[in-house]
Design a protein around this ligand. Structure first.
Ligand SMILES: C[S@@+](CC[C@H](N)C(=O)[O-])C[C@H]1O[C@@H](n2cnc3c(N)ncnc32)[C@H](O)[C@@H]1O
Length: 327
């Protein structure tokens, strides 16, 4: 049985302001009866706007708007606020081909939206273990059915591997010191235990002046790194991008919003390659070149939020939107 929003006991956490909403609608170029796919449905904020736009032009059918997410809690909530004819499916966009096979959708003729990263509701709920501000279990899984959690990474990975992940996925300059301190303090159980260890590494290196020197909480980068490892985020993005562009029909678009440099660089390079003419590719890359030559990059420079949006939603500060169209 589907729960209504007021039946969610943890209702306060189910808040997420979708970023760049007008720009998403503009760049998706929504046209009636065509199929649109949101690969990161979350609480359905963007999907709601897309469904409204389709309804306004009598273009919403029983099968042309689909939302996918790997978080079942998010999907359950999204279902309560979206029209019944929006199809919602649980799954990881890494396995996009399989997901669309299950839905019997061979091609996307409208557009694909990907709004990367974690949702505000995932961060806000301490039980999900994403937050360094509120104590919770070391979890950080977007998909609650998966077995790898932050607890395993923090307590079982070698010091070398921990340092590598914190450096590569968090771009944290104190990665080695933090990894060493984590290993020494094992076993760790809560997000705030981990945050305290990181804070102590900063104190040891910079003294109490670290707060002035670094504007963000010292745990930000390490938490980002562990979250990326738990959810295998960068691998999933690479695999999703290469599948997604093979699914676009002529004139269909793909819009991606990223929130940090590691995500954006993958999208930027992928979209850049996509517009390079095929005869610039060496022969061994001909398959990619043939696909790639069929795309136009709609955003040579990424689209960013206005000051007004950033004031109303701090999450919008780091958002970058990029879009391509199949020619
Ligand atoms: C920024 S939120 C999306 C918010 C949504 N656009 C809205 O307006 O409510 C990102 C969502 O993407 C989901 N997600 C991240 N990586 C995913 C993946 N590999 N496969 C499926 N969903 C993913 C997360 O679970 C999260 O709900």
């Amino acid at each position: 049985m589907i729960k209504k929003p007021e039946q969610f006991p943890e209702n306060n956490y189910f808040i997420h302001k979708p970023v760049l909403i007008n720009e998403v609608i503009e760049y998706l170029n929504i046209r009636p009866k065509l199929t649109y796919l949101d690969l990161t449905c979350g609480l359905g904020g963007h999907l709601q706007a897309i469904s409204q736009k389709l309804s306004d032009c009598n273009g919403l059918t029983n099968h042309n708007l689909i939302g996918i997410d790997q978080d079942t809690q998010a999907l359950a909530y999204a279902k309560t606020r979206l029209p019944d004819n929006v199809i919602l499916k649980h799954g990881n966009f890494r396995y996009l081909n399989q997901l669309l096979n299950d839905l019997k959708i061979p091609q996307i003729d409208g557009g694909i939206l990907v709004d990367l990263g974690v949702s505000s509701y995932q961060l806000a709920n301490p039980d999900r273990g994403f937050s360094f501000e509120k104590s919770g279990p070391l979890d950080m899984r977007m998909d609650l059915n998966q077995s790898l959690t932050a607890q395993t990474i923090v307590n079982d990975y070698t010091e070398f591997n921990l340092a590598r992940i914190i450096y590569e996925y968090g771009e944290e300059i104190l990665s080695r010191a933090i990894a060493k301190a984590i290993v020494k303090a094992r076993p760790l159980y809560t997000t705030t235990d981990l945050a305290l260890i990181i804070q102590n590494c900063y104190l040891a290196k910079y003294g109490s002046g670290y707060r002035q020197k670094f504007k963000i909480n010292p745990a930000t980068k390490t938490f980002q790194a562990i979250r990326i490892e738990v959810n295998q985020e960068l691998i999933a993005i690479k695999e999703m991008l290469s599948t997604a562009i093979t699914l676009l029909a002529p004139k269909a678009r793909m819009v991606v919003i990223s929130f940090h440099g590691l995500e954006d660089i993958l999208v930027k390079h992928f979209f850049r390659q996509a517009k390079i003419h095929k005869n610039k590719y060496p022969n061994d890359n001909l398959k990619l070149a043939n696909q790639a030559a069929l795309f136009q990059n709609l955003t040579p420079k990424p689209i960013q939020s206005s000051q007004k949006e950033i004031l109303a939603n701090t999450r919008a500060r780091s958002a970058k939107l990029r879009a391509i169209e199949k020619i």
